[in-house]
Structure formats: structure tokens, C-alpha cells
Design a binder for this molecule. Structure first.
Ligand code: ZN
Length: 170
């Protein structure tokens, strides 16, 4: 019997609360909205991983340091010059940590048929753009799940001495 009484008391309380709610519609909005806004800021930070880098006819990248968060990364390489890719071609090759860059570029010089991406070194490469000439650009997407420092170079013959940098993944 006690339970039944309690139940009916609760029912009355709930019923009167609902009536009260209808009267003040402001009350129902305030509480949940502020909580949601606070929470949604933290986990949804996947964006901001779009990297932009330029290259030119002076055999230069616009930056020698790129930063990203681990996960899916989008990178756009633009060639702001006018020269053809056969004389001033650029790409951007991201290499795994510990890669011997001098040895890599020596093999790249011989890989003209594959736009200076040596097939024998594929497992050293995290990602690479295609080879582009003046006025062109290329966008690639790749995933790096291990934070660390990844060196990048242009593998066109003779360019890596000047065209190199570090991609820092946090
Ligand atoms: Zn280049």
C-alpha cells in the first residue's frame, strides 16, 4: 500500500511539474544548451589538418616546417612559378623517420620514368604529391597515426638540397 501511495504522489508531482514547465518554456532551454556547447568543443577538433605549401621557379618551398595533428592530413602543394615540370618540376615526398635522405635522392634521380619516385624505396615513403610544373597544384590526403618528425623533400634531381623541411605531427 505504501508503494502505491508514493507512486501516486510522484505522479501528482510530475504532473504539476509538467504544467509548470509549460508555463516557463525558458527553463527547459537554458540547462541542456550550455552543457552541450561546453562538451562539443573538445572532441571535434579533427579539422585544422589542411596544410598548404608553395614552391617556385627559384627552387624553393614557401616553408621548411609544417605542423599537423596525428590522423587524416590533407596537403596541397602549389607551384607558383612559370617553368615547365621538365626543367623546374616540384613534388613533395614525406619520408618515414630514420630515412637516409642522401641515399633516397640518389635513387630518385634514376627514377625519371616514375616522376622521380623510386619504386624500390616505396616503403620509406609516407605520402607524396605528383610532380607539377608552374601554375599547377596537387592535393593529397594521407594518415599519420604516430606523432613524430617526418622530413619532406622535393625529389626532382638536385632539388632536395634546398627543397626540404620537417612535418611535425603532434
Ligand atoms: Zn623541386
Amino acid at each position: 500500500m505504501k508503494k502505491l501511495i508514493r507512486f501516486s504522489v510522484m505522479a501528482i508531482v510530475v504532473a504539476t511539474m509538467c504544467i509548470a514547465c509549460k508555463g516557463k518554456s525558458n527553463n527547459t532551454e537554458e540547462i541542456p544548451v550550455t552543457e552541450q556547447a561546453g562538451n562539443s568543443d573538445k572532441p571535434i577538433s579533427v579539422t585544422g589538418n589542411e596544410l598548404q605549401i608553395e614552391s617556385n621557379d627559384q627552387m624553393q618551398y614557401s616553408t621548411n616546417e609544417l605542423k599537423a595533428h596525428s590522423g587524416l592530413i590533407q596537403l596541397t602543394l602549389t607551384h607558383t612559378g612559370k617553368m615547365d615540370k621538365s626543367v623546374m618540376g616540384h613534388n613533395l615526398v614525406i619520408l618515414k623517420p630514420g630515412t637516409d635522405i642522401a641515399a633516397f635522392t640518389q635513387k630518385a634521380v634514376l627514377a625519371k620514368d616514375t616522376d622521380y619516385i623510386p619504386g624500390s624505396e616505396k616503403e620509406r615513403i609516407v605520402a607524396h604529391t605528383k610532380l607539377i610544373g608552374g601554375g599547377e597544384s596537387d592535393t593529397i590526403e594521407f594518415t599519420i597515426s604516430e606523432p613524430g618528425t617526418y622530413e619532406y623533400i622535393c625529389s626532382f634531381p638536385g632539388h632536395a638540397a634546398l627543397m626540404k623541411g620537417k612535418l611535425i605531427v603532434e
